[in-house]
Design a protein around this ligand. Structure first.
Ligand SMILES: NC(=O)c1ccc[n+]([C@@H]2O[C@H](COP(=O)([O-])OP(=O)(O)OC[C@H]3O[C@@H](n4cnc5c(N)ncnc54)[C@H](OP(=O)(O)O)[C@@H]3O)[C@@H](O)[C@H]2O)c1
Length: 192
């Protein structure tokens, strides 16, 4: 907060369910209760980890930030988020440009043509229409403007279903149960 030159934070997320995250969560709870942090949430928690955290602590996370895009839609996770009133936030909502053919899919291209939008806009509109918060990242001003210009169209049920059908449960970054992911987290924390 000193570095940010602020005396409160709107939202702080626990990045991964690794290490002693229970202790970390309880510190966040203390700062939340003091009003220093206005909302606390988590990231990369699968439903079992989320449910466990909720049941054995006081504060329910306001949000769970999960890798979510057309190829990895996290449909199995959503009922649990709804049950515990935890908002679903999509990171890598454009697939981090790693799933190169995602935007070339005929279902996406048909909507690009119909609504005169870009593939990124179609993907982001689909997620927001499902009630998911999206945080696309771009270093280009024109793309930042493009990525927020998605609220003047409404996809029909059939169009939503055509995009839902693209799901292939592809999780490229956010699998907290992957040993590689756990090992790579040691390196992040070593650096800090
Ligand atoms: N909680 C976690 O573990 C976790 C993990 C990863 C990411 N995140 C968060 O999620 C945010 C977004 O995710 P991300 O950056 O990983 O992936 P992303 O938003 O899916 O993809 C970013 C990539 O898409 C490109 N892009 C942006 N807008 C575009 C558009 N309209 N058309 C075509 N390409 C476009 C960007 O290029 P340019 O920049 O060149 O435009 C960049 O290469 C990040 O800022 C980060 O805070 C969280």
């Amino acid at each position: 907060m000193k570095n940010l030159q602020t005396d409160y934070l709107d939202l702080v997320l626990l990045h991964w369910p690794f290490g002693n995250y229970y202790a970390a969560w309880r510190v966040l709870e203390e700062y939340y209760e003091k009003g220093v942090i206005k909302a606390i949430g988590v990231s990369n928690f699968w439903p079992d980890q989320l449910c466990d955290l909720i049941h054995y602590n006081k504060v329910v996370p306001v949000i769970n930030q999960l890798e979510t895009h057309l190829y990895g839609q996290q449909k199995a996770e959503q009922p649990w988020l709804t049950k515990y009133n935890v908002a679903h936030e999509a990171y890598a909502p454009l697939g981090q440009n790693r799933a190169n053919d995602m935007f070339a899919q005929p279902a996406v291209q048909a909507l690009v043509k119909k609504y005169n939008k870009t593939p990124a806009q179609v993907a982001l509109r689909y997620l927001t229409q499902r009630g998911i918060v999206v945080i696309p990242k771009s270093v280009h001003e024109n793309r930042i403007m493009e990525n927020i210009d998605i609220f003047d169209i409404h996809l029909t049920d059939e169009e939503m279903a055509s995009l839902e059908a693209l799901d292939r449960n592809l999780i490229m970054i956010g699998n907290s149960e992957s040993v590689d992911r756990v090992e790579s987290s040691f390196h992040w924390y070593d650096k800090k």
